[in-house]
Design a protein around this ligand. Structure first.
Ligand code: NAD
Ligand code: UDX
Length: 482
């Protein structure tokens, strides 16, 4: 029986390994983590992450061929294949701060693998890492290995949160990079055999290590670039009376472009896009390619612009001040069907409104009150000027300024304005007449996800702003939004 161990029981390690266990009953999978609470949750009825379909997969395999444990060293030692799926956030201090990937967790995992292993292993990079990381990992493993042989593979993960199980069941592709030596090719085959139990062979791509590592950064950069492109267009649509929904539909009909990932929004969020592009920017700079670095930076600059633009639109529309005005925030997660708030645009928008002294009433179906308070208390790291950390004075946010409530109607009661930050399905079918009746007048809706029916809401009496759509007469009269 092949034994797999995955270090890191997070958004990637947990679902990925659960699906491998489900699809490969003859493989034994142990998912290990140093975070005891996380492992306890994986072993309970309330899993540590919300992901549609995940409960069902875990229930089918847990205790059979899927185990969650804090006994990291024991499971690593016993495994034939060790996946490393630890977090690789952006460095916040030191060399490369604000851009480079922080490989502290990765390095400590690699050193531990070398320390505890008593048999040869395949070590798989599942985390997203800078190109050439495998070379550094190889050095750490071979210098500390006491003669044990390790083969390093790069097998980046392409799942998106909210659709992780679907993506894992039916991936567009699985990418495996390895050394072009007989041992490297043998390791690639061993991992390919695992995926081949449910993924068609023509979707399992094999490459050299550096291509696999770089493809992951490139894929995220391309995806984020599409969103920044359509968001840039959304600003022009608002200025000209074009409708971004119609524009992106027309553009996406070109089979060379395709329809996906062209939804204008308040900005992209999530733990990957910004981090991976910054990482790409840093790698380009380190390789003497400042023009290429500058090109990719623009994707993030437009994303920041879009979030600022949204805040400015809200404030400008409401007579240039939101001080002491209640504003309902519907949705806090970075996208629907997840409780994840990492880099969610809601944080920047809320902080912008709080900076103008608004009082926020926040509702999200999956994000806890505690998480929202934590997120709003974090200092924002200024990636473009890492030496000048912007101290968003978290301590100056009073309790009255942020309340977290249990439903959308409560959030909107007596509010002057309502902002939709996440495209949760339930926001499409709210009783907006009831909401309107209970709001202050004039009542404003700012839809950052294009989920509401603008005409219907205008008929009810709302003043509506929806990203990239023709402006309400009211908004046209308000000062230009920079
Ligand atoms: P995460 O923070 O949810 O999980 C990482 C886990 O690793 C944590 O639970 C942490 O406690 C654990 N960990 C860290 N160091 C450890 C160590 N030395 N030993 C044992 N456990 C350790 O992160 P994530 O979202 O799962 O992302 C993991 C990697 O996958 C990142 O590189 C990310 O860029 C990449 N990725 C993420 C996604 C996504 O949708 N979240 C998609 C594709 C790729
Ligand atoms: C992303 C990549 O899609 C995935 O392949 C990679 O493995 C991890 O990073 P994720 O961040 O989980 O996945 O979600 P994704 O669906 O890509 O959405 C990212 C952000 O972009 C969200 O805030 C989403 O709302 C936003 N988005 C997405 C848009 O604003 N418009 C779109 O058209 C699509």
């Amino acid at each position: 029986m092949v034994k797999i161990c995955c270090i890191g029981a997070g958004y990637v390690g947990g679902p990925t390994m659960a699906v491998i266990a489900l699809k490969c009953p003859s493989v034994q999978v142990a998912v290990v983590d140093i975070a005891q609470k996380r492992i306890e949750a994986w072993n309970s009825d309330k899993l540590p992450i919300y992901e549609p379909g995940l409960d069902d997969v875990v229930k089918q395999c847990r205790g059979k061929n899927l185990f969650f444990s804090t006994e990291v060293e024991k499971h690593v030692d016993e495994a034939d294949i060790v996946f490393v799926s630890v977090n690789t956030p952006t460095k916040t201090t030191g060399l490369g701060a604000g851009k480079a990937a922080d490989l502290t967790y990765w390095e400590s995992a690699a050193r531990m693998i070398a320390d505890v292993s008593k048999s040869s292993k395949i070590v798989v990079e599942k985390s997203t890492v800078p190109v050439k990381t495998a070379e550094a990992i190889e050095k750490i493993l071979t210098h500390n290995s006491k003669g044990i042989k390790f083969q390093i593979l790069s097998n980046p993960e392409f799942l998106a949160e909210g659709t992780a199980i679907q993506d894992l069941f039916n991936p567009d592709r699985v990418l495996i990079g390895g050394r072009e030596t007989p041992e490297g090719q043998k390791a690639i085959k061993a991992l390919k055999d695992v995926y081949a139990q449910w993924v068609p062979e023509d979707r399992i791509l094999t490459t050299n290590l550096w291509s696999a590592e770089l493809s992951k950064l490139a894929a995220n950069a391309f995806l984020a670039q599409r969103i920044s492109s359509v968001n840039a267009m959304s600003a022009l649509c608002e200025a000209t009376g074009a409708n971004v929904i119609e524009v992106s539909y027309a553009v996406g009909k070109d089979t060379r472009i395709g329809p996906k990932f062209l939804n204008a929004s308040v900005g992209f969020g999530g733990s990957c896009f910004q981090k991976d592009i910054l990482n790409l920017v840093y790698i380009c700079e380190c390789n003497g390619l400042p023009e290429v670095a500058e090109y990719w930076k623009q994707v993030i600059k437009i994303n920041d612009y879009q979030k600022n633009r949204f805040v400015n639109r809200v404030v400008a529309s409401m007579f240039n001040t939101v001080a002491k005005k209640k504003i309902a925030i519907l949705g806090f997660a970075f996208k629907k069907d997840t409780g994840d708030t990492r880099e969610t645009p809601a944080i920047d928008v809320c902080k912008g409104l709080l900076g103008d002294k608004a009082e926020l009433s926040i509702y999200d179906p999956q994000v806890t009150e505690d998480q929202i308070h934590k997120d709003l208390a974090l200092s924002k790291f200024d990636w473009d000027h890492p030496l000048h950390l912007q101290p968003m004075s978290a301590s100056s946010i009073t309790e009255k300024q942020v309340t977290v409530v249990g439903d959308a109607y409560e959030a909107a009661k007596d509010a002057h304005g309502l902002c939709i930050m996440t495209e949760w399905d339930e926001f499409k079918t709210l009783d907006y007449k009831k909401i309107f009746d209970n709001m202050q007048k004039p009542a404003f809706i700012f839809d950052g996800r294009n989920v509401v029916n603008v005409d219907q809401l205008r008929e009810i009496g709302f003043i509506v702003f929806s990203i990239g759509k023709p402006l309400d007469a009211w908004l046209k009269d308000m000062p230009a939004v920079a």
